[in-house]
Design a protein around this ligand. Sequence first.
Ligand code: GLP
Length: 250
Amino acid sequence: MNINIFENSELGSQFVAEQIQALIKKKTKLTEEVILGLATGSTPKELYKKLVSMYKAGEISFEQVITFNLDEYHPMSHDSEHSYHHFMNQIFFDAVDIKAENTWIPSGEVEKAQIESHCREYEQQIVDVGGIDLQLLGIGTNGHIGFNEPGSTIDSVTRYVELDEQTRIDAAAAFGGIDNVPRNAISMGIDTILKAKEIVLMAWGSGKAEIIRDCLFGEITAVKPATFLQKHPNVHIVLDREAAALIDVD
Ligand code: GLP
């Protein structure tokens, strides 16, 4: 794994924004579409702000970009302020020139009976566009990626999942109390993520230091799903000093 440590999250986010810019330039020159796998949570917020600034400065265009988000709570109305649909529209999609029909997010609105086919279609849509070029990831304090909670296997695909207690505790403040945090979600699987050609995982702050050490250097295990990233040939880990505090990189 390629580990990049920055003085702060702003510089780390700038680095990732430039990587995305370079990928878009390279592929659009060949008139190819660019397929991005996107993450939510607090970690990528600065990155999205940087990409929006680059767009406003005329330095980047998302006209040939297709995106697939990792996950969404279920049940969850797309209009809810807690939905990842709302998050992505507000922070990124509505502020750039991406075509709405090119932005895919698992739906929190599908009926329970339709979830399985919805998940299968989501996987197929990714295959149909040729697979994800670059997958962005954050990491949960329990080692989840997307909503692949402890216990998720390496062959897991997009599916209905139960949220881990720790994940619900971490989300409680944003939802105004743990009782308001959904118990379920739809998430891309570990296999879906590992099929991406390139993966960029970002982590900021001391709260992530322990799980970053365990996931980058610990035993590969479903107990900490991010450890499966060790098996991927093209992973970039982007950290600030605090998140990197427990790893020895020399
Ligand atoms: C959330 C998301 C993940 C995200 C992680 C970390 O619950 N489902 O995709 O990476 O938890 O969140 P944060 O970036 O806010 O620390």
